[in-house]
Design a protein around this ligand. Sequence first.
Ligand code: PLP
Length: 385
Amino acid sequence: MKVYLDNGSTSFPKPKVVADSIYNYLTNVGGNPGRSNHPKSLAANRVLYDTREKICNFFNFNKAENVIFTNNITSSLNILLNGIIKPGDHVITSSMEHNSVIRPLYNLSQNSNIELDIAQANSQGITDVETIRKLIKPNTKLIVITHASNVTGSIQPIKQIGQLCKKNNIYFILDSAQSAGVLNIDFNEFSLNALAFTGHKSLLGPQGIGGFIIDDKLNEICTPTILGGTGSLSHSLSQPDFLPDKFESGTLNIPGIIGLSEAIEFINKEGLNTIYEHNSYLRSFLISGLLNIPNYNISGALDRGLATSCVSITHSKLDVSELSYILDSDFNISNRSGLHCAPLAHKTIGTFPNGTVRLSIGYFNTVEEIKYTLDCLNEINNIYK
Ligand SMILES: Cc1ncc(COP(=O)(O)O)c(C=O)c1O
């Protein structure tokens, strides 16, 4: 048996309709949107607009032109953070963040007279709202937080953090890399000003497509950092100031956008709740099996409802890279070991500097695959106990 448990890095497989739609676009459509007036370019325009609308509906937002496409969530977060934060600003984030949030913020704090505070999450990987509230200062401009940790899967209290931001007139940005496509995300209910997403994880789209939604209020103060050809206002030497062109310079990844559009359609048909229940059931099944095998330690929140789809483990007699290698090479179980680009998260849960072996579940995993994984983990423990 071959088992893919690296969906936290990128989901595999993708729904067949995703690959089919990309093939169809590349063989039959192929135009560049917003550049020309021939049918191929106009067809690409339509796909682009329809996908913006679909993303709006998916995240309960109401202005399609405020959906911006990028290459991935790392680009989205960089555009947002570098465009919003100015000298003298104070920013709060959490200790569970991915480097896609931490590195741009750290860079700004080192070079641009920006104050940065990192709210300490608890040992389950959950950041308490009160901890964040205590860090707020008169110059706090922005809070940026991941919805679910890519190390432990732990879900952050986003709705309450959003309310805190609203009450204190602080902008709020959500990193949805590990939650979009598994957890319900409601732009309004969460009081967001921007929602960054990546297409290739639980959204089940191809790699190389991501984006963000920005509301009008945040857009007003966010300056674009990537300038160039937009197909609009070609006579002007200045970047257009209207959305989406303000943030979309250069040719878009239309094959990726089409694939993402079909992936969202697939998720809508299956039902977000069905997907969440499936992943959550398999995660609980994996955890309860692991608790019966000696020498494994599971990090983070174990209870159903507190986390999304990944499980981070260590073994008391094996180094994480050894465990990872054995799972992969001897048992065909794809997994990931190390710090998963989130060093502070490992400091928080006590697994720094070696990290963990992460088993991240996706919608196409089955009970049989998890049973097989548990058997293999048991066998490994019998050899190395
Ligand atoms: C929480 C989180 N944020 C950001 C990223 C970066 O995603 P991408 O590589 O698609 O930009 C990841 C990827 O693992 C992630 O898990």
